[in-house]
Design a protein around this ligand. Structure first.
Ligand code: ZN
Length: 239
């Protein structure tokens, strides 16, 4: 029940500092009443809609999967990603004449989670997922070069599960998006000031800056998408 209504009904005297709070509650109550009226109308319209949908020949609408919802960071990340100039690039995706990756979709839809494929801005693609010509071991992610330290964004909503420094990854953050899906961000020059273990992040939140900590030899973001404990290629998964 609304405090203002209760106070009026029981003739309770109010202290000034409570007054603002109660005024706010009173306003909220008015809004809630309007909502009840509004949603009552919506429910009636919804029932009419159901009656229409059940008529013979009407198209069947299946339950909409979460992955088709509009990403909350839509518009932040570029619709194109290009290969970096210069050296040989391992496992490079197919590109067009302008060096843009063909059929690039800035979002991947993975096990009910919408993830950004390249969670940095103004970056180029400098190394692909898989075995590399000059190093042993699987490259478990992609490298995105930014030249100078730039913001790194959370690829999707989730919780920071790891935030530490290792010899290989340098400064690294691991975000858990659900029980199956995680993303890793490595070689950071710094962590975002509000970041800590257990912190809730939303897609597009700045979690750190690109860097060359660990075994990186340029200012990059090493980015992994991990599904069920296995790293996947961020360029191809979830199309
Ligand atoms: Zn890498």
């Amino acid at each position: 029940m609304c405090d203002a209504t209760k106070a009026k009904r029981h003739n309770i005297s109010l202290f000034p500092d409570e007054y603002g709070h109660l005024l706010k509650n009173s306003f909220l109550c008015s809004v809630m009443r309007l909502c009840y009226v509004f949603f009552g109308l919506c429910a009636a319209i919804g029932l009419m809609g159901c009656a229409t949908a059940s008529s013979p020949g009407a198209s069947v609408v299946s339950s909409a999967p979460v992955m088709t919802s509009t990403p909350i960071s839509k518009g932040i990340f570029a619709a194109t990603l290009s290969l970096c100039d210069g050296d040989h690039i391992d496992n490079a995706p197919t590109i067009n004449a302008r060096k843009n990756i063909v059929q690039y979709d800035p979002y991947a839809y993975v096990s009910g989670v919408t993830l950004v494929r390249a969670p940095v801005r103004r970056a180029c693609f400098s190394s692909g997922f898989g075995n590399r010509h000059d190093r042993t071991g699987l490259h478990k992610g992609i490298d995105l070069s930014t030249g100078h330290p730039h913001a790194v964004y959370a690829a999707g909503d989730g919780v920071i599960e790891e935030m530490r420094t290792t010899i290989r990854y340098g400064n690294m953050i691991l975000i858990r998006h659900n029980n199956d899906v995680k993303t890793r961000y490595a070689h950071l020059s710094s962590f975002g000031s509000k970041m800590h273990l257990g912190h809730d992040v939303r897609q597009g939140d700045i979690i750190g800056k690109t860097g060359k900590t660990g075994n990186a030899n340029a200012v990059i973001l090493h980015y992994e998408i991990i599904v069920g404990g296995t790293p996947q290629d961020p360029m191809t998964i979830g199309r």
